[in-house]
Design a protein around this ligand. Structure first.
Ligand code: SF4
Length: 244
């Protein structure tokens, strides 16, 4: 019998505790299977980082024609766009949408001044990432994300299934128990394509202006010089100032 749908309004975490130690995907495959049995229109918001490549491979085993959305800010590295083309070749049934912001970079410069990311990165992320994802999730009950607990202190309490206050949705995160080494072992074993920038000391790759090389495996190369480690997709409501 099909389980009752977990919704934002009736949220109750269906996965408590850690997965069995012998579980080769640390619970990810089971959570993905559960997610697609629960939500027909669930979408994976993929940034095409190392975790994203792993999750796409795992998802495609369960749902070859899964919906994937990439937030195309118009500010990504050429290597990221090249990787997306390789993924399309390897998984031809995947339904990948390149979601653009409502305004172009030129319109943003006219309205907010040039290089908004240098002055108000939260505002820039709201326009070019958060609002587009809000639109992409409109009418859907759930989305998938590649968050891992060890990525940053703000992600340590992430569960497999989360009540997402930001998007009034259910956020499913199959990779929470994976380490950075697990991610790369999976990529190597399965000979997956990955962003070439990872080989040049960019562990986390986002928009060009807000991504720098880093010596560790975390997100220290993102938004350098700002007290900011998240674009806002995985935090609670953005401020009214960002929305203006
Ligand atoms: Fe703008 Fe930087 Fe956010 Fe990209 S990561 S949307 S450039 S502030």
């Amino acid at each position: 019998m099909k389980q009752p749908l977990v919704t934002y309004q009736s949220f109750e975490n269906p996965f408590e505790g850690d997965p069995p130690k012998a579980n080769v995907t640390k619970g990810a495959a089971e959570v993905i299977r559960w997610a697609y049995s629960q939500y027909e229109d669930i979408v994976y918001a993929c940034s095409f980082g190392a975790e994203g490549i792993v999750l796409i491979d795992l998802i495609s085993k369960e749902k070859p024609d899964a919906e994937v959305v990439f937030l195309d800010t118009d500010l990504h590295f050429e290597e990221t766009y090249q990787l997306i083309e390789k993924v399309k070749m390897r998984y031809p049934k995947l339904n990948i949408t390149m979601k653009k912001p409502e305004i172009t970079l030129e319109e943003q410069a006219e309205q907010y001044g040039s290089a908004l990311w240098k002055r108000q990165p939260d505002q820039c992320c709201y326009i070019r990432k958060i609002k587009p994802l809000e639109d992409a999730l409109s009418g859907r009950k759930a989305w998938l994300s590649g968050l891992r607990r060890e990525q940053s202190p703000s992600r340590q309490k992430t569960n497999f299934v989360n009540k997402d206050e930001r998007f009034k949705s259910v956020k499913v995160c199959p990779l929470i128990h994976w380490s950075w080494e697990d991610v790369w072992e999976y990529i190597r074993l399965n000979r997956l394509d990955y962003n070439e920038l990872h080989d040049q000391n960019y562990p986390s790759v986002g928009c060009i202006p807000c991504t720098a090389q880093a010596s560790n495996d975390g997100r220290s190369g993102r938004w350098k010089g700002f007290n900011k480690t998240e674009c806002g997709l995985h935090t609670a409501e953005s401020s009214e100032e960002e929305k203006s």
